[in-house]
Design a protein around this ligand. Structure first.
Ligand SMILES: NC(=O)c1ccc[n+]([C@@H]2O[C@H](COP(=O)([O-])OP(=O)(O)OC[C@H]3O[C@@H](n4cnc5c(N)ncnc54)[C@H](OP(=O)(O)O)[C@@H]3O)[C@@H](O)[C@H]2O)c1
Length: 295
């Protein structure tokens, strides 16, 4: 059984952070496995471009210290995650997937989870998330199903995704036995709105935030997304820092409870993203970024 590499053989130290108040420690950066709408649509018909490359990219993340992997039943990538982690110690990984809005009733959510487990080739899911708030308001049934899945040992923790503050508070009020441990939201330097309410609320209540679009779907990987004087100053202090690494480092350094989940299908991108953990931005640098990318 292969172990996840930590500091022994890496050029950086992959810090593990507490995932909300679960008591679990996971890599402070994760990896996402949503490719795009077209890819997801074709995946339904068994037509996926370069699945092998995607397996390689996810595996590269795990080989380089990432323990947090995010997928969803609609992404068409759960089985790729299963293949990417073959041979690794399952207990050292934190696998997150999501139930889609068409499976929100109690029975549908239970069945959807069982199907995800089959595709993931796993006995349990670490984090089972409600992908979007229910458009038809049957949240209670979904949450009861999530609690039953925890009781049955098929799910370890319950999370939500794309919930605004009101929806999050409503959902928390409906929980009977377990907590909602995380919310997965759109959060990047270019989209800092969650810093106004969701992130402070999560921090105060011991909840983790998974940030999707942390690179703004590629916009923040280019130098021209940042003022040149900022880049010059940062590169004096951190020689070689890449634009993508500034974006990811900001999310991790400005908050204690945020786990970015950049997706990359290119293993070189995966490594570049992971290596952002090498950079510890100062408070002044974080404030400067806040001034440039205002909410
Ligand atoms: N909960 C939700 O509703 C929701 C919605 C959207 C996304 N998500 C999750 O969040 C994850 C991330 O979102 P995302 O994939 O759309 O956006 P993203 O991570 O912000 O950006 C991904 C794009 O950036 C490129 N890229 C990544 N690292 C790079 C690097 N170091 N240098 C240059 N280019 C780089 C990727 O190219 P390559 O692929 O070619 O490497 C890809 O085109 C998803 O995979 C998914 O797990 C969740």
């Amino acid at each position: 059984m292969m172990k996840i590499k930590m500091e022994d053989s890496l050029s950086y130290r992959m810090e593990l952070r507490e995932f909300g108040k679960t008591g679990e420690k996971v890599s402070r950066i994760g990896v996402g496995t949503y490719y795009d709408v077209g890819w997801m649509f074709l995946a339904r018909f068994g037509k996926r471009s370069d699945p092998e490359g995607k397996v390689r990219a996810i595996r590269t993340a795990v080989e380089n210290g990432v323990t947090l992997i995010d997928t969803a039943e609609v992404y068409g990538s759960e089985d790729l995650v299963a293949r990417a982690i073959e041979g690794f110690d399952r207990s050292s990984l934190f696998i997150a997937t999501k139930v889609w809005i068409t499976h929100m009733s109690y029975d549908s959510a239970i069945k959807a989870c069982r199907r995800s487990l089959k595709r993931l080739n796993m006995k349990y899911i670490d984090l089972y998330q409600i992908h979007f708030p229910s458009p038809v308001g049957n949240m209670e049934g979904t949450l009861r199903a999530m609690e039953k899945l925890v009781d049955d040992g098929l799910v370890r923790y319950i999370g939500v995704s794309n919930f605004n503050l009101r929806q999050l508070k409503d959902a928390l009020g409906l929980m009977k036995k377990y907590d909602i441990v995380s919310n997965q939201i759109h959060y990047s330097l270019k989209h800092r709105i969650p810093e106004r309410d969701i992130i402070p609320f999560a921090e105060k209540n011991g909840m983790a935030i998974l940030s999707w679009y942390p690179l703004e779907h590629g916009d923040l990987v280019r130098d021209d997304a940042y003022p040149s004087d900022l880049l010059t100053d940062l590169r004096k202090r951190y020689p070689g820092i890449r634009a993508s690494q500034i974006a990811l480092s900001y999310l991790m350094e400005a908050n204690s409870n945020v786990f970015p989940i950049p997706r990359a299908s290119n293993p070189d991108h995966v490594i570049e993203n992971i290596e952002s953990v090498k950079y510890t931005l100062s408070e002044d640098e974080i404030n400067r970024l806040k001034q440039i990318f205002s909410t």
